[in-house]
Design a binder for this molecule. Structure first.
Ligand code: ATP
Ligand code: MG
Length: 236
């Protein structure tokens, strides 16, 4: 996987972020700063609020309190909650979330169509994204004709193809077997290092967090309980 992103990286700043589900507080007063071009891992047990925090970053949920900035742009706050498509983000989920009726190339093309990029440029970028994830020959296939690891590479290509300023990952490797997890983790770390995009990566897996992230935010019961710095993540 090669090549450099053209979008300038921006920091993520989260202040005083809280979220309730049905009157129950599931995120409580989160403060975080992710320096531009680095990856922060959110690590913690099931139900501690990792995905909820990621959804707030994506604009899929609106918080009870708090603000989120991407660079100087306030994307969430008082009277502001930009929808996901206005945030310039790419997302990768545990279950790949590919559209089964579209080919691999059409799946990857989708974010470019949403941004009204001209067709010639879209074809070029889809080709580059496919090559970056090692699937140059697979553009015509349907997702069901690929292995789990290949499907997750397609999801990764779709997340990066529009060169978003922020990448969000929710346990993208947890459906894969151990060997594949290890190799794809390494490739993702390389890719994140090359792209220089600011990223938040949710995981249960401490070794994955260590390999991918510059900082690890340890969560428990809706709070950040500790932040540690990783000296030598693979990709940076
Ligand atoms: N849509 C929802 N409605 C009500 N409660 C929810 C909803 N989504 C999540 N929750 C609750 O919010 C809390 C945090 O959930 P969240 O999905 O953020 O956890 P998580 O850390 O991502 O867990 P996992 O590692 O299992 O994915 C949990 O108690 C969960 O039951
Ligand atoms: Mg989750």
């Amino acid at each position: 996987m090669t090549a450099k992103s053209v979008s300038p990286a921006v920091p993520i700043v989260i202040t005083g972020l809280s979220h309730d589900f049905g009157g129950h507080r599931v995120l409580d007063n989160i403060h975080l700063r992710v320096p531009a071009g680095t990856t922060l891992a959110l690590l913690g047990p099931s139900g501690c609020g990792k995905s909820t925090l990621l959804k707030l970053l994506a604009g899929l949920l609106q918080p009870a309190h708090g603000e989120i900035y991407f660079g100087s742009r306030r994307v969430t706050g008082r009277q502001v909650c930009l929808p996901p498509e206005a945030r310039d983000i790419g997302m990768v989920f545990q279950d790949y979330a590919l559209w089964p009726h579209m080919s691999v190339a059409q799946n990857i093309d989708f974010p470019l169509r949403m941004r009204h990029i001209p067709r010639t440029e879209r074809v070029r970028r889809v080709g580059t994204a496919l090559a970056r994830v090692g699937l140059a020959e697979y553009g015509h296939r349907k997702p069901a004709e690929l292995s789990g690891g290949q499907q997750q590479r397609v999801a990764l290509a779709r997340a990066i193809v529009a060169e978003p300023r922020i990448l969000l990952f929710d346990e993208p490797l947890s459906n894969l077997d151990r060997d594949l997890r290890e190799s794809l983790c390494r490739e993702m770390a390389d890719l994140l290092g090359q792209l220089g995009t600011t990223a938040v990566y949710v995981t249960h897996d401490r070794s994955e967090a260590n390999r991918l992230a510059r900082q690890i935010a340890h969560m428990a019961q809706g709070r950040i309980v500790d932040i540690t710095t990783v000296e030598t993540p693979w990709g940076k």
